[in-house]
Design a protein around this ligand. Structure first.
Ligand code: ZN
Length: 564
């Protein structure tokens, strides 16, 4: 069956609710463990049916946002998600209080109960209106950014379409594009700072109602983190500062020399080579055919997986009128189908879809028979190991896509991965400071960011921008508004993926086998347990970062980048 033939039917909410409540009663009253386990399966099936329908509606809505039917269905799903969350919350309450908990844990694993315990800590009925307020504020931020109308040389751009100009070989174009983008943020700063102030206060209020001291601990609970805390993350950031910031500075210095500039300004940072950034050659169909070959040769598991996606049309990658922007990977339970959505634009990002997003899709495909929806995906830092590591496991096939740009691609891929880390931890530290001190004024918050930039991004030069000099840069980072405390996940995963990069070069079979084991485990374990299962070192361990980046930095140093 092809994706277009998957049948969508709007869930009948009254019936679903009645059935769910009926099952919850059966669960609670089960006379023995086997009966309770059986009811649990029925609850699981019911949840899967509903999420499948909702996911299908969401996908079809993003494929063509002009389609009125799916626009309505998507709205229906948005409106009713909180209702289903309330039912799930009810289920978690009964689950953690089960008389047969030890037996259930033995059969289904402890992680399900950790997820349930943490989820319950993040919700109680009297915060519903605060949660709605939080969502409204985050949406307001998205809306301001989405309506950006930037005018340059009598052409109109939005924040996505301006990107090609920001990496133009013509420095004057880059400078102007960057200037109008930041002027937009400067003009909207009063609004965005007000939204953020309201968000910080709302989140703090929610945290206190739930019995937390401030939002930090609640933020961690929302991310379902069960085996590390803020102190461990602080120690991780310190290691990034000590061992990665200096390497990152060296890379910027090499870039400045390559580009033959006196000073590398912010508008030069993304422009890596005077001959242009590496780009894929060939159209979308040729790129996808490259994907067929790559995954066939990589392993039998990836071959089966990728052909499953291809035969069912589960990749929608080309830009089309009416299609939503951005990219994602999701999963349709009822058809055991991962789905990859993106908008090819001729940059190396198109190949990331085939490697990074496909890494997410491969994991969920490997976990398709895992049985419990909580285990379909792990927590986010673990999810990004699958995707970021697949970017490295597929290196031997990159010449299929980048042809003469392949060497340049490797250098920029690894360099950018390393240079992302200081920024990533700065965004994280910023949020810790903000939520530990919720009464800071907007000006004081900007000053905090400015101070962090000096520590983590000392290479950064803003040319004549009062807004950026005062520390306004963070306002463009949507995670800070929409997904608090998410950002560190990318950096933790990158340190894990770097380990796979090294191990793959030393012993491909062993590294790949561990990677597949990791993917098959899905979300059945917490982050650090998964890291251990995959034979990786915990990024929190003292000395881990120093050791992991040694071979990366040696490889980067061995490349003669003057030839690019
Ligand atoms: Zn990802």
């Amino acid at each position: 069956m092809k994706f277009t033939e998957y049948v969508y039917e709007r869930p009948n909410l009254a019936q679903v609710t009645e059935r769910y409540q009926h099952l919850l009663r059966d669960f609670e009253n089960a006379p023995d463990f086997e009966t309770q386990s059986f009811v649990f399966q029925a609850i699981n099936d019911l949840r899967n049916t509903i999420t499948s329908a909702m996911t299908l509606a969401q996908i079809r809505h993003t494929i063509d946002t002009r389609d009125e039917f799916y626009d309505q269905e998507n709205r229906f799903c948005d409106e009713n998600t909180p209702h289903l969350e309330a039912l799930n919350s009810e289920f978690y309450r009964k689950l953690v209080a089960s008389r047969f908990r030890p037996a259930l844990e033995a059969r289904w694993g402890k992680q399900l109960f950790q997820v349930a315990d943490l989820s319950l800590k993040t919700f109680q009925p009297d915060i519903v209106s605060d949660l709605q307020q939080e969502n409204r504020l985050a949406s307001e931020y998205v809306k301001i950014k989405a309506t950006a109308n930037l005018e340059l040389d009598r052409n109109q751009y939005n924040l996505s379409s301006i990107i090609p100009l920001e990496i133009s070989p013509d420095r004057e174009v880059r400078r102007k594009a960057s200037a109008i983008k930041w002027r937009f943020f400067a003009e909207n700063a009063p609004k965005m700072e007000q939204i953020f102030d309201d968000l910080v206060k709302t989140r703090t209020r929610i945290a206190q109602k739930l019995g937390f001291k401030n939002f930090v601990e609640l933020g961690y609970a929302r991310m379902l983190r069960s085996d590390y805390n803020a102190e461990m993350v602080a120690n991780f950031r310190k290691q990034v500062k000590d061992f990665i910031v200096p390497l990152s500075q060296q890379l910027y210095e090499r870039q400045r020399k390559r580009l033959n500039l006196n000073k590398l300004y912010i508008y030069d940072e993304e422009y890596k080579f005077s001959t242009g950034n590496p780009t894929p050659k060939g159209n979308a169909e040729e790129i996808l055919r490259g994907g067929d070959k790559m995954y066939e040769e990589l392993s039998t598991e990836t071959h089966e997986f990728f052909q499953f996606l291809r035969q069912r049309d589960l990749l929608d990658v080309e830009s089309k009128d009416g299609k939503a922007t951005g990219g994602y990977c999701t999963y349709i339970e009822a058809h055991q189908s991962p789905f990859i959505f993106s908008n090819f634009n001729g940059t190396s990002g198109d190949i990331d879809v085939l490697t990074h997003e496909a890494g997410h899709a491969f994991q969920v495909y490997c976990s398709r028979n895992i049985g419990i929806s909580e285990y379909r995906w792990p927590t986010y830092e673990a999810c990004e190991i699958h995707s970021m590591s697949m970017e490295f496991f597929t290196w031997p096939w990159m010449s299929l896509f980048f042809k003469e740009d392949t060497e340049k691609y490797f250098f920029s891929h690894l360099g950018a991965a390393l240079q992302f880390l200081p920024y990533g931890v700065a965004v994280d530290e910023f949020q810790h400071i903000i939520y530990e001190n919720p009464d800071l004024t907007p000006a004081e918050r900007n000053a905090v960011w400015h101070e962090l930039e000096k520590q983590y991004l000392p290479h950064r030069h803003y040319e004549k921008s009062e807004f950026l000099e005062k520390g306004g840069f963070w306002q463009k980072q949507s995670h800070i508004f929409q997904h608090p405390f998410y950002y560190i996940d990318y950096t933790l995963a990158q340190i894990c993926a770097f380990q796979f990069w090294k191990r793959d070069r030393e012993n491909h079979e062993a590294a790949w086998a561990d990677y597949v084991t990791l993917c098959k485990a899905g979300g059945s374990m917490s982050f650090l347990k998964l890291v251990e299962l995959a034979g990786l070192r915990s990024p929190f361990e003292d000395g881990c970062i120093e050791e992991v980046v040694k071979p990366i930095s040696a490889w980067l140093a061995s490349v003669d980048d003057s030839k690019f």
